[in-house]
Design a protein around this ligand. Structure first.
Ligand code: GYE
Length: 306
């Protein structure tokens, strides 16, 4: 209702803020870079930062937010591991009068809304990322028939849902391609490798892998090489993130493309929070612009990669 919308918790302007950052897990370079970005921003932005790590458990992430609320944080930055299980955390922070910014992932918009239950979502356009991965593939694939295996991110997470939608919708328009399998690798390198091993046995004719993140793409490359395949030659690898290992794999000719998804949210979080405290209107979605890394520019960006 409009009454609730008008009541969105406000943030006062002051020198220092008690800030909560409830990280979901730390099992990949992207997560570690994001957490580091918050720590690196803390001093300059006047944050007394409480950072937690839910170790891959949505239930623990909810509990971590509970404990931050109990510790009296002024503002919450939350990357919700999955779209539905983290809604209670958003609602509890809202009820406690704590302005919440979702960073890097979002929640189910049918239930928890920006401008009403939380202030805004800061992050990439995942549908567009999937779309651009498909676009690169359609422009650069030189075979007749593309047999695609898709490695999905964490089930029920907004980037997994939307990167799949963006890719599937775009690729459906090109009848050279068929997606023969699409399975979760939970955004993790080792699971990506294991799932790829299994899928290779069921689909030995696979010649394209679309991974929802670079860690799973690297895992898939390992599985393919173990099976005697030549990623970059007889299998085209397309992926998302822009990690150092992925840029190196592009330079080495093993990976075709990675669409950027930046983990460096600290400075943006600081800027948006200060604007909110100053009474400025914050857009419901503060969109992060992403680049595309391929053979022509990977070497130019590897030094700034993580
Ligand atoms: O692509 C992945 C990470 O939510 C955008 O999560 C983020 C994704 C990122 O684990 O590597």
């Amino acid at each position: 209702t409009t009454a609730i919308a008008q009541d969105l918790p406000q943030l006062e302007q002051k020198e220092r803020y008690k800030v909560g950052f409830a990280q979901m897990e730390s099992n990949n370079p992207w997560r570690i870079a994001e957490t580091k970005s918050f720590h690196d921003t803390a001093e300059a932005c006047g944050w007394d930062l409480i950072a937690t790590d839910a170790a891959g458990s949505a239930a623990k992430q909810v509990a971590d937010v509970d404990s931050m609320i109990a510790q009296g944080i002024d503002v919450l930055f939350l990357p919700p591991r999955e779209e539905k299980p983290l809604i209670p955390a958003v609602m509890k922070a809202r009820a406690a009068g704590i302005p919440t910014f979702l960073v890097d992932r979002s929640v189910d918009p049918a239930v928890a809304k920006p401008g009403e239950h939380f202030v805004a979502f800061l992050g990439s356009d995942f549908i567009d990322q999937g779309n651009r991965a498909a676009q690169w593939l359609m422009e650069n694939f030189d075979g007749d028939q593309g047999v695609i295996v898709q490695l999905e991110g964490t089930t029920g997470s907004s980037p997994a849902n939307d990167r799949k939608k963006g890719f599937d919708d775009a690729i459906a328009a090109d009848d050279r391609f068929e997606i023969v399998a699409s399975q979760t690798g939970d955004f993790a390198r080792d699971l990506g490798r294991q799932v790829m091993e299994t899928l290779l046995q069921a689909h030995p004719d696979v010649n394209v892998v679309y991974a929802h993140n670079d860690e799973m793409a690297i895992g898939a490359i390992q599985a393919l090489e173990l099976a005697g395949r030549k990623p970059g030659e007889d299998v085209t690898i397309v992926s998302i993130d822009g990690t150092r290992d992925a840029l190196q794999a592009i330079i080495d000719g093993k990976m075709g493309v990675t669409v950027e998804s930046s983990p460096f949210f600290g400075p943006l979080a600081c800027e948006v929070m200060k604007k909110y405290a100053a009474g400025e209107t914050i857009p419901e979605w503060v969109k992060v612009e992403d680049r595309v890394f391929a053979k022509d520019n990977a070497a130019d960006h590897i030094d700034e990669a993580y």
